[in-house]
Structure formats: structure tokens, C-alpha cells
Design a protein around this ligand. Structure first.
Ligand SMILES: O=C(CO)[C@@H](O)[C@H](O)[C@H](O)[C@H](O)COP(=O)(O)O
Length: 187
């Protein structure tokens, strides 16, 4: 089973290289938005929450070398806001309400979901559309509701949730590479 896990990861990661042109476009757009004072929001559940926070951490901190910090928020990470929203408005509102609080027209929302069907993430994408926020989905196999709803999507065609999540981390790092390239951050 362990050997099969690595074989599945290797196959899925290899296929994902075909997304390089789109990731380059995303990195260019992200650099334009964040450099002009915009913000990136990211959301996901469980392992995808960890990937969302990984992405925002790279932007607020740094990725490959020193550069200015950028505004990026992982929407699961504020435990006081999360618990209050779930308690007062219901679990499906947990990300959508924070999109309305923190997002502005022209910002970018990255939605991570292995199933592409988590209702709280779908609700966040819908709230973003109402505000003129660009939505990007990073999901498991297509078709899925999130990929269909968002402005653009990278669906990872892999058989298990674990493999999809592992490829999502590689995509997050690829996006950070494209972002730093666009900004001319030295290697
Ligand atoms: O990490 C794992 C499984 O590997 C789980 O925590 C998983 O992320 C959770 O079940 C999520 O709720 C799944 O949501 P999603 O990726 O389908 O949107």
C-alpha cells in the first residue's frame, strides 16, 4: 500500500505539470493585485485549511527570498470569529461572512477542496462573486460544483483525498514561485 501511495502521488504530480501555464497566469495576476494593495483570501476544510494557511503564510512572510509582506488571510485561522459565526449564523456561513468582512472588489479568493463540494467553501465563492472578488478553485477531480462556480479552476485528477492534498501543496508552491517570478524576487 505504501508503494502504491507514492506511485499515485508521482503519477498525479507528473500530470499536474500541465497546469504550469495557468499557474504562471495566476502568479502574474496575484502579483498585480497584491502589489497594488489588494488582498488574497484563502479557505478550505481540514487538510485543505492547512494548505490555505500554507499559502497565506508564504505571502505574508516570504517564499524563496526576502521581499515586502503582502496581505493574505486564511479564513479558518481566526478561532474567535470562526466559533462566533458558526454559533450565530451556522456552519455554512463560516467563510462567506469573512469574505464579506475582509474582501474588496478586485481581491482574490482561493478555494481549496478535495471534493469540490463542501458547502461552506461553495458559499464563500458565491459571496466573493457578489463582491466582485476573483475566485480560483483548487480541487480534486472534475466535474465538481466549486470548479464549475469559480472564475478559474485547477482540478487534480487523482484517486484519493490524500494524493489530491499532496498535489495541492505542490500547486501552492508553484503559485508562490510564479508570484515571486512576477515580482522579480531573486533566487
Ligand atoms: O485531511 C483530511 C483527509 O486527508 C480531512 O481532514 C479532510 O480535509 C476533511 O474531511 C475535509 O472536510 C474534506 O473537505 P473537502 O476537501 O472535500 O472540501
Amino acid at each position: 500500500m505504501i508503494e502504491e501511495h507514492f506511485a499515485a502521488l508521482s503519477e498525479a504530480a507528473g500530470k499536474s505539470a500541465s497546469w504550469s501555464p495557468k499557474i504562471r497566469d495566476w502568479g502574474d495576476h496575484l502579483a498585480t493585485v497584491l502589489s497594488s494593495g489588494g488582498r488574497l483570501l484563502a479557505c478550505g476544510n481540514g487538510g485543505s485549511a492547512a494548505e490555505a494557511q500554507h499559502l497565506t503564510g508564504e505571502l505574508v512572510g516570504r517564499f524563496r527570498n526576502d521581499r515586502q509582506p503582502f496581505s493574505a488571510i486564511a479564513l479558518h485561522a481566526d478561532t474567535s470569529a470562526v466559533t462566533a459565526i458558526v454559533n450565530d449564523y451556522g456552519e455554512h456561513e463560516v467563510f462567506a461572512r469573512q469574505v464579506r468582512a475582509h474582501g474588496r472588489s478586485g481581491d482574490i479568493l482561493v478555494c481549496l477542496s478535495t471534493s469540490g463540494g463542501s458547502q461552506n467553501v461553495v458559499a464563500a465563492a458565491k459571496a466573493a462573486h457578489e463582491l466582485g472578488i476573483t475566485t480560483w478553485a483548487i480541487t480534486g477531480p472534475s466535474p465538481n460544483p466549486l470548479a464549475a462556480l469559480c472564475d478559474d479552476a485547477i482540478p487534480v485528477e487523482a484517486p484519493s483525498t490524500a494524493t489530491v492534498q499532496e498535489v495541492h501543496l505542490a500547486l501552492v508552491h508553484a503559485l508562490c514561485t510564479a508570484f515571486d517570478d512576477a515580482l522579480g524576487v531573486p533566487t
